[in-house]
Design a binder for this molecule. Structure first.
Ligand code: IPE
Ligand code: IPE
Ligand code: MG
Ligand code: MG
Ligand code: MG
Length: 307
């Protein structure tokens, strides 16, 4: 999608300018940490949340301007704040193909860098916008809490979907809603685009879980990280329901052969297909809500992407 790249560039340069100002206004050790934070924020990332916000704004106002680009970066900062904390929780060494924040600076300081990004996210928002983001951050944390709590439990498909809605759907939903809110769109428009975004988000998270076990897709972290950590992805939920044993499940020192064997079991039992069909279902539901070409293509991109 060509338009994704064009808007991503605008978001990247707004983020860079924002962080440069923070770096330049600090000194000593704080400056050193802010530089690390800037590198982490700018090292990659698809910028889906700011892009969704900007396009939602455009769908109401008819044009993209500097104002919305500057507002939209709050979503990326909040997102990256959750990624820094997520990598600590998930004990993941890599993020966006490079060492995760806590691998670079240790867990205590990484917690702080995540907190800093959250407060920077709020710093350029007006009251109502901040309330929307803050309420979302609470929901994301509920989702992350469940994600950890479920690690050693048997959960249902419904419980998985609710966790995904909270940890991933809330922020994508808010990204779309924020664009409409800033554009002074109607409540109906806010709800409509939020609904769309929450649906693509479930497809997105199911695809993210599938990518964790796929060798030809590059997520930028360790292959099989979820299964080794015992994460209750929908694939694992279905395997447990069927009473299947996955040799890599919950085994931090699983070999590549054990991961391959687990993937084979998931494939042979139709579980990979079940989960990718489920992702497609959510994408199709999302596409029924919108008619704009960009939103239709973005929905498809969620489950076609390789990173
Ligand atoms: C990763 O999100 C975290 C999830 C919600 C699955 P993205 O896949 O959007 O990560 P970046 O920002 O592009 O790196
Ligand atoms: C992360 O989900 C969701 C949030 C950061 C809130 P994952 O744990 O699946 O994300 P990745 O796979 O590490 O990017
Ligand atoms: Mg993770
Ligand atoms: Mg996680
Ligand atoms: Mg994941």
């Amino acid at each position: 999608m060509k338009e994704l790249a064009t808007i991503k560039q605008k978001v990247d340069s707004a983020l860079e300018r924002f962080m440069d100002e923070k770096v330049n206004n600090s000194t000593g050790f704080v400056k050193e940490c802010m530089l690390k934070n800037k590198e982490f924020l700018l090292r990659g990332g698809k910028r889906l949340r700011p892009i969704l916000c900007i396009k939602s704004y455009e769908s109401i106002c008819g044009a993209i301007d500097e104002y919305i680009v500057k507002k939209s970066i709050a979503l990326e900062m909040l997102h990256v704040s959750t990624l820094i904390h997520d990598d600590i929780m998930d004990n993941d060494d890599l993020r966006r193909g490079k060492p995760s924040m806590h691998k670079m600076i240790g867990i205590p300081n990484a917690i702080i860098q995540g907190n800093i990004l959250l407060s920077l996210a709020y710093s350029s928002l007006a009251d109502e916008e901040m309330q929307l983001l803050n309420n979302t951050y609470l929901k994301v944390n509920y989702g992350q809490m469940l994600d950890m709590h479920y690690e050693e439990q048997k959960i249902s498909e419904q419980e998985y979907l609710e966790m995904a809605r909270l940890k991933t759907g809330e922020l994508l939903g808010t990204a779309a809603e924020l664009g409409v809110l800033i554009a002074k769109g109607t409540i109906e428009n806010r709800q409509k685009l939020r609904q769309y975004a929450q649906n693509i988000a479930i497809g997105f998270q199911l695809h993210d879980d599938l990518m964790d076990l796929s060798k030809d897709m590059k997520k930028g972290n360790t292959l099989g990280s979820d299964i080794m950590h015992g994460k209750r992805t929908l694939m694992v939920v279905k395997a447990l329901e069927k009473g299947l044993e996955l040799p890599a499940l919950g085994k931090m020192d699983a070999t590549e052969a054990e991961i391959d064997e687990s993937v084979k079991i998931l494939l042979d039992n139709g579980i990979i297909k079940y989960c990718s069909d489920k992702a497609e279902e959510y994408i199709n539901s999302a596409k029924k809500i919108v008619s704009d070409e960009f939103f239709l293509e973005l929905a498809d991109y969620m489950i076609k992407r390789k990173n």
